[in-house]
Design a protein around this ligand. Structure first.
Ligand code: ADP
Length: 638
């Protein structure tokens, strides 16, 4: 029989698939089963109007048959089948699938490394069989035809088609599994447990039963008894033809049929999680784009959910066939902690990560999901603040990063989902903070620190609280950046109590302070000189309350930012320093002692200046570079 060549385009893709280090070979089964399911759909549809079909809905099935000796896996369906001509037409060309268009767009001839994995993400159809098989035989007979056809191919070098006597309508795809290599144990695809697991993973919700012979150990009574009278058992292996897929997915069933508790159980089972999710969102959308979704907001951080890691927790299905795990393009990164499933009949199997970004349907779905997620979070915040605070503790960081992302593009969408701890021992949104502001308060006060406890003790905060104003305590490294991105809230600007003017001083106060600085210029310069290049300025301050001194900063970078950068990944980043300002409380006794020493004992004044600076650094939560030196310095004071 003359061998026929594949069409050029198919040959290229085939080569690419077979010869590449293919990361996701196992999807071949999903592809072959999907074809079988489609073929059954077609015949089932015909049977509605054509009595001759002679099959009831319950008669349709897909069988997976393993023959280890022959090294074959057969996927059999009793669907519509193909004529010889159809087999040739359909199996001789690879549908213009995503991988080829991807190649064309990039203009590259060969996909390499990382790019190769892209192929694995979308439907590659019938040809994926060649990733695991060195020969594929298709025996098929079309409904309404007398004769069947046999199509055989060993891969890229072509195929043959011949007539074939087939008893029943439908198609057998017989895959002769490759020999094992050093890198790949192809033989595992001949194991029933493996195939069963693949059906569960990718085709669990195909709506036709997928049947396999599965071997079980069964215990039976031998009729004999042990000396003590207890019955003797023996085991034998029994092979049963089982349906290995669940067919109807839980999210496809209506809210009346499945309770929220059942959905949560499902989540915990998939998730191997202990904790209940903190929210469940069920959507049944019909309209321009139809889809069903079952989403969960996890109850704890870093849960292993439907996917291996935290990124992209939504799995995409099309009509019960899983098309993509970890679909991280569906919702923005700020909602990447959301887990669950989206199933839409409007999506095709031929979907790659590249295409996904431009897919209009998916964009619409993604936008809708985001609105629902936000709505659910707002509801939780309103109804159960404690629960929301727990959620925010776990995942607030994603929302905060979202605010800073892409130059604040999403800030207004996310703004009202942020909560901050305040000096009134509550967690509020910025909107709530502003609503609570007395008329005399003009700005939103905040203090940055490593901990709420430390923030509370800052003298600058005491000044604000004394006036009855509430303060935000920002304890996460990104918080300052978040406020910077937000810019304002309801027309109120933010005021960093450590570095900014608190706005409490009258013009007279300011003038007096300026005069005091001028009068004491020499003294302040002396202190600066004594401390050395660690400070860029020394000044008096009125906002230090009971504290003798404090360390603040001037310019764009604050001490909190510096601490953040010190943990940064590059040496360059770790070296970044804020411009430190040493502030002295002129009313404090310790400063009076320093002033006195300046007038009478310069040597002592120099030492006191250094001590003052170290104390201020400690207050600011900075590490002391040389503690031993500090201790000996203090020792000399006595
Ligand atoms: P796709 O399914 O994306 O069209 P495939 O390469 O998987 O691409 O299959 C090509 C075509 O071959 C199918 O569209 C279908 O017409 C036909 N086909 C494949 N498998 C079967 C089957 N089991 N029964 C009937 N037709 C099939």
């Amino acid at each position: 029989m003359a061998k026929k060549q594949f069409k050029a385009e198919s040959k290229r893709l085939l080569d690419l698939m077979i010869n590449s280090i293919y990361t996701n070979k196992e999807i071949f089964l999903r592809e072959i089963i999907s074809n079988a399911s489609d073929a059954i759909d077609k015949l089932c549809y015909l049977s509605l109007t054509d009595d001759q079909v002679g099959l009831n809905r319950d008669d349709f099935r897909i069988d997976i048959i393993v023959d280890k000796d022959a090294r074959t896996v057969t996927v059999r369906d009793n669907g519509i089948g193909m004529t010889a001509q159809e087999a040739e037409n359909n199996l001789g060309v690879i549908a213009k699938s995503g991988s080829l268009s991807f190649k064309d767009e990039t203009g590259r001839d060969k996909l390499e490394g990382e790019d190769l994995s892209i192929i694995g993400q979308f439907g590659v159809g019938f040809y994926s069989a060649f990733m695991v098989a060195d020969e594929v035989t298709v025996l098929t007979r079309k409904y309404g035809e007398e004769k069947g056809a046999k199509w055989v191919s060993k891969g890229a070098d072509g195929y043959t088609v011949s007539e074939y006597e087939k008893d029943s309508v439908g198609t057998d795809v017989i895959m002769h599994i490759k020999e094992d290599t050093e890198d790949e144990i192809y033989g595992s695809y001949l194991e029933v447990w493996k195939l069963k697991a693949l059906v569960k993973k990718y085709s669990d919700y195909v709506r036709w039963p997928i049947k396999m012979d599965v071997e079980h150990q069964e215990r039976y009574l031998t009729g004999e008894k042990y000396d003590d009278g207890s019955p003797k058992y023996e085991y034998k292996s029994v092979t049963e033809n089982e349906t290995v897929n669940s067919m109807v997915p839980i999210w496809q069933r209506s809210k009346n049929d499945v309770t929220d508790e059942e959905c949560i159980e499902y989540y915990k089972e998939k998730n191997r999680g202990r904790k209940d999710p903190c929210a469940l969102i069920r959507i049944n959308a019909e309209g321009t784009v139809s889809y069903k979704a079952m989403l969960f907001i996890p109850g704890e951080e870093n849960e292993r959910a439907f996917v291996g890691d935290n990124k992209g927790g939504i799995t995409l299905y099309s009509n019960g066939v899983m098309i993509m795990e970890k679909c991280d393009k569906l919702v923005h990164d700020y909602f990447e902690f959301v887990k669950g499933i989206v199933d839409s009949p409007d999506l095709s199997l031929n979907i790659s990560r590249e295409i996904l970004q431009h897919d209009r349907q998916l964009k619409v779905i993604g936008q809708n999901l985001e609105k629902k997620i936000k709505g659910e979070l707002e509801k939780m915040m309103k109804d159960d603040r404690e629960k929301y605070a727990e959620f925010f503790k776990n995942f607030g960081i994603h929302l905060k990063c979202g605010v800073c992302d892409e130059y604040g593009r999403y800030k207004d969408f996310l703004r009202d989902l942020l909560i901050f701890y305040t000096s009134e021992d509550r967690q509020v949104t910025l909107k709530e903070y502003v609503e609570n502001m007395p008329e005399s308060q003009k700005v939103i006060y905040y203090a940055t620190s490593d901990s709420v406890k430390h923030a509370m003790s800052l003298p600058q905060c005491t000044e604000v609280k004394k006036r009855g104003f509430e303060l935000l305590y920002l304890t996460s490294a990104i918080d300052e950046m978040v406020l910077e991105c937000l810019g304002e809230q309801d027309g109120k600007m933010f005021c960093n109590v450590i570095t900014d003017d608190l706005g409490f001083d009258t013009d007279e106060d300011k003038k007096a302070a300026e005069e005091r600085d001028i009068e004491n210029r020499e003294f302040l310069d002396f202190v600066k000189e004594a401390v050395g290049e660690d400070v860029s300025k020394v000044k008096f301050s009125n906002k230090l309350g009971d504290m003798p001194c404090a360390l603040t900063s001037e310019g764009g970078m604050t001490l909190e930012m510096e601490k953040y950068f010190r943990r940064g990944p590059s040496e360059e980043m770790r070296k970044l320093r804020a411009n430190r300002v040493l502030e002295l409380n002129a009313e404090h006794n310790a400063v009076k002692v320093l002033l006195d020493a300046y007038d009478n004992d310069k040597d002592k004044a120099e030492k006191l200046s250094k001590v003052m600076f170290t104390l201020a650094s400690m207050m600011a939560g900075l590490e002391i570079e040389d503690p031993a030196q500090f201790v000996s310095l203090v020792g000399e004071m006595f």
